[in-house]
Write a protein that binds this ligand. Sequence first.
Ligand SMILES: C[S@@+](CC[C@H](N)C(=O)[O-])C[C@H]1O[C@@H](n2cnc3c(N)ncnc32)[C@H](O)[C@@H]1O
Length: 259
Amino acid sequence: MSETGEKTATFGYRDVDVAEKPQLVREVFDRVARRYDLMNDLMSGGVHRLWKDAACAKLNPRPGEFIVDCAGGTGDIARRLAKLARGAQARRGGASAQVMVIDYNAEMIAAGRQRNPHPEREPELLWSVGDALALPLPDATADAYIIAFGIRNVARVEGALAEARRVLKPGGRFLCLEFSQPPSAPIRKLYDAFSFNVIPAIGERVADDRASYQYLVESIRRFPTQERFATMIREAGFGRVGYTNFSGGVAALHHGWVV
Ligand SMILES: C[S@@+](CC[C@H](N)C(=O)[O-])C[C@H]1O[C@@H](n2cnc3c(N)ncnc32)[C@H](O)[C@@H]1O
């Protein structure tokens, strides 16, 4: 049982023992790691890039900052942040920012590192195998924390929010980009038809793995609505909480500050 008393966690449409979920999710990402970036482009028609760019612009990395990209996978978000931070440093001067990718799946981290054969050209990036529920960082050390398409996969969403709050400094920025629930019924209907019929089929064709992509679409449906998730962020101790819907609410960017 978790310390908040939950015995079960969602795994797609199944309820599983809370202790079982991390291994089940780990196996999903072990299977998809090699094709992960390609699959994101195919499933979203490239739109995930626009959502990620908007999330990184909102985070607005500044020279000298220490930023956590939690459940960072192959480092897609971290590389965008590093690029923005380099631009800010060129304009304003100051020390280089550091962006730490933390992911509990060593396969995803390895796939991300292999994407760049010249790591010396990305001096801002740090890679760490670690758990969103027990971040390998002391209290109040990060200026900003972002988690993109990751929090839905952790066994206890409240636990991940508490860890984010713990590692952020006063004034720190929390951002979460996640698939969400389109508020409009017609958009929801179209989106459901696409997700349940097309996404698992692409997974089977391209990654030879239907089950992982069936998990993806089911896990999105079980994630809290935008309003409920905003409440959870407030309950974790963040202030000035809000969110922006992307693509009619297919994804949402939530934010909260340590006030
Ligand atoms: C859908 S991927 C997102 C990767 C990346 N943030 C992106 O947007 O491309 C979800 C990631 O969450 C990671 N993950 C799931 N549970 C985790 C946990 N408890 N701690 C750290 N990482 C976790 C998985 O290993 C996977 O790499």
